[in-house]
Structure formats: C-alpha cells, structure tokens
Design a protein around this ligand. Structure first.
Ligand code: SF4
Length: 444
C-alpha cells in the first residue's frame, strides 16, 4: 500500500486542512506514515503569516531533490497559504522544479483530479484566484482523517474580511464564508456519537460567524445550539476578534454548560496609535473594558492573547504602553511575535520599519514581563483540585498522562488505573510551573 506523509506548518486551520488532505489520500488507498523516507507522496501544507515558515518549506523541499532523483515515482506536493501568495506558484516552479503538485487553500477538494494528472506524468498546479460563488464551501463533506480521538476540530467560518495591516490571511484565505448552521450541528452531533469529548470550533474570526448567512444566526446562537450535544463535554473556539465580542456572546458563554472558560483575545499592541495603524478597529480602553465585562460575567476564567512587537512606527512610548497593558490585564499567557513584513499587506509598504536590534530588545522585555505574570497566576493553582479531560500520554514525559482544564491549563500526572483517555478526572495540582502543571488524580 502506498504511503503518505503530511508536514503541516502554521495554525489549527492548517492542521485541520491536513486532516482533510489525509482523508482524501486515505480514500484513494494511501496509508499514513510518520516517516518521510517511507512515503510515496509527501505534502507540505504551508503557512505564510511570517517569513520563517516560508524559508523552512523552501529548505525542506529543496532537500528532497535527491530523493526525487532516486525515485521518480515519489510525488512531492505543496499546499496551503503560501501557495496563494502573488507569484508564489511561479517561484515554486523556478526554485523547486522537482515539485509535482501545488494546490491552494480552496483547492483541496480538487486533489484527486490533480493526482490523476500527476500519475499521468504531468505537473499539476492549481490555486484559486476568485472567491467561490454564492458562499459555496468547496471543503464541505470531504473525508477527514482526524489525528486525535478525544478533541476534534470543526471549521465554522473560512477567510477574513478584516485586513489588519500586518496580516496576509485575507489575501490567501479569501473573504469570510460561514458554513451552514445545520451542517455544523450535524457534524458535532456525529462527533459526539463517535466518542469525541471536545470540539474546537475554528475560524480566522469565529465571532463573525453567520453575518453572511441569510438565517440571521450568529456565533452566540451557534454555541447555544451546540451546548450539551450528547457526548460532548467541552467546546472551545479560536480565534476571536475583540471588536466582535458582544455582550450576547459573553452571556451565552457565562450560562453555557460545555463552552470552556478560556478566552483567547489577541490584543496585538497596547498603543492606540499602533492599533490604528494595524487597522485593528478597537482602542486599548475598549479592550480593557471588554476584559472587565468578561471577568465579571465569567469569574475564574483564563485570558490569553497575541502580541506583536516592532510594527512600523512603534516608538518607545508605544512599546511602553504594550508593557503597561500586559501588567494591567495580567494575561494567563501570551503568544508574542516579532513583526514580519508580508508582501502585499499594508504594513509591508509602511515607512518607519523598526531596526532588528530594537525589536529583539523589546521582545525580550515583553516575554520576561509576561513570564513573571504567568508564573504568579499558575502559582495560585498550587493545591487546587481541577477538572481535567485526559488527552493522552504527555508529549514531554511519556511515562505520564496529560490533559487540560476548562481554562486551558496543561496538566501532566502519573498514570492512574481509572484515568482513561477521553475521561474527565479530578486532579490536585501538586507543583505549579510556568507552562505545564504537575498533579495527581484524586477522583474520576
Ligand atoms: S482578524 Fe486580522 S489578524 Fe486575524 S486573520 Fe483577520 S486580518 Fe489576520
């Protein structure tokens, strides 16, 4: 049986797209392998939110040139966001001539036809340049080879209309298109019957869900309809845009049984000048007020964020405001990024690009500030008993199990005869740490 190997870069949306690519290849008779050397087809599912993952792809695919010379039947493919960038297909054809197949973010459903072309001895390059008609969703109903047996990704909306000045996503994933309400509900019902315990709803901006649908349902309505789906103990969602986080949504999450009390709300910067230049559509004051409303409605919730350092024009005062915001909000944790100019975005043509030396100094200060806060917050977990969904063996210590709390804290703990994967167990935190907390099972 021929084997396939998929290397995925980037976000959960890409991870889920790789599950669909895997589903299509399995349906075509391929078998998954974790060894790139054993594969008959190798697909790189790419990301282009920053320069680094792009460079990695070119490097890793170049390294396969000899493998292709040794085995002419080996199929090498590139998929995902990077392929959709202007002129990228031409760049791939020129710099990586041993690549057989290139397909875009909305061309995954055409993979069987493209493979037919390749197996007939041709190159097959296909990306989209025009949005699908009538809100069609080309990915609906495709086979999915899910990686986890406990937690399942479910896309609810594709693309983004926000055009934040630093972001390439709207150019490579298109405008927002919501999946039909009933299609999402039946998929989640089916997953509950199949034994999945957690659902992670995916979208570049899940809060925009439904604005393009005629039935007037929004994200809060969707969460309400999915709450207490038989078999599903937890619902998570990513990624939210603070501007679209309504009181209706906060109230729905506060009163829901299964929607987890973890809010990931990318702030990106603390300075109103930089937020305006980023085209984020909110001010720091608005953001702080939103956090206060969430913490009042959902006491004990966790709040995490994304922060960018070094956006064009960010001066010392602007950066100081980001540090002040971090100290004021006290995020449970933060993903911190160095600004990376993306071709075609508004930010890339802005003046006042910040020197690398200044950026690296700022990112160190930001990470140090946030790590202290994360450590202090996690110290508060010491001795507490929390509900954990057992996800599997720990990635960092295979002799232990791991799982998450409803507030998305990662807990690792010794094996326990009754702590089975997919079960909810009560864990007492015995040692609080920065990223993973140590604990022991107290009841199941
Ligand atoms: S909301 Fe902004 S940062 Fe997020 S995907 Fe859309 S354009 Fe990019």
């Amino acid at each position: 049986m021929r084997k396939f190997y998929i290397k995925t870069f980037g976000c959960q949306m890409n991870e889920h797209d790789s599950e669909i690519i895997g589903g299509i290849l399995e349906k075509r008779g391929f078998k998954a392998t974790d060894s790139i050397d054993d594969a008959d087809i190798i697909i790189f599912n790419t990301c282009c939110v920053r320069e680094k993952p792009e460079r990695k792809v070119y490097g890793q695919v170049s390294n396969l040139k000899q493998a292709k010379l040794n085995n002419a039947d080996l199929i090498i493919g590139i998929a995902g966001c990077m392929t959709q960038q202007a002129g990228e297909v031409e760049r791939i054809a020129k710099r990586l001539p041993h690549v057989d197949i290139v397909f875009g973010t909305m061309n995954i459903h055409e993979l069987p036809e493209l493979l037919d072309q390749v197996e007939a001895g041709h190159k097959a390059y296909r990306i989209w340049d025009k949005e699908p008609e009538n809100n069609e969703n080309p990915l609906e109903g495709l086979p999915i080879r899910r990686v986890s047996g406990v937690s399942a990704w479910v896309s609810i909306i594709y693309g983004c209309n926000n055009y934040c000045s630093y972001c390439i996503v709207p150019y490579v994933r298109g405008r927002e298109r919501s999946r039909k309400f009933e299609d999402i509900i039946s998929e989640v019902k089916d997953l509950g019957q199949k034994g999945f315990r957690e659902i992670v709803l995916l979208g570049q901006n899940v809060n925009s869900y439904g604005h393009d649908l005629k039935n007037g349902h929004d994200f809060a309505d969707l969460l309400h309809a999915l709450d207490q789906t038989p078999g599903i103990s937890r619902i998570r969602y990513m990624t939210s845009h603070p501007r679209d986080f309504t009181d209706k949504l906060i109230n729905e999450i506060a009163t829901s049984k299964t929607v987890c009390e973890h809010f990931h709300l990318p702030l990106q910067a603390g300075s109103n000048k930089v937020l305006a230049d980023m085209n984020r559509g909110y001010t720091l004051e608005y953001y702080l007020d939103l956090i206060a409303r969430i913490r009042q409605a959902v006491p004990g919730c966790s709040i995490t964020t994304d922060l960018i350092v070094g956006f064009p024009g960010e001066d010392d005062n602007d950066f100081a405001e980001t540090l002040r915001a971090v100290e004021e909000v006290r995020f449970d944790s933060a993903f911190t990024f160095i600004y990376s100019p993306r071709r075609g975005t508004a930010g890339a043509s802005m003046h006042n690009q910040i020197p690398d030396s200044v950026i690296s100094d700022r990112i160190q200060k930001l990470v140090a500030t946030q790590n202290i806060i994360t450590g202090e917050i996690n110290k508060g977990l010491q001795g507490k008993t929390v509900e954990v969904l057992v996800e599997g063996t720990s990635k960092t210590n295979p002799s232990m199990l791991s799982g998450r709390t409803r507030t998305n804290k990662l807990i690792i703990f010794p094996f326990h005869p009754e702590a089975r994967i997919g079960e909810l167990v009560k864990i007492k935190i015995t040692k609080a740490r920065s990223w993973t907390q140590l604990g022991e099972v107290v009841s199941v």
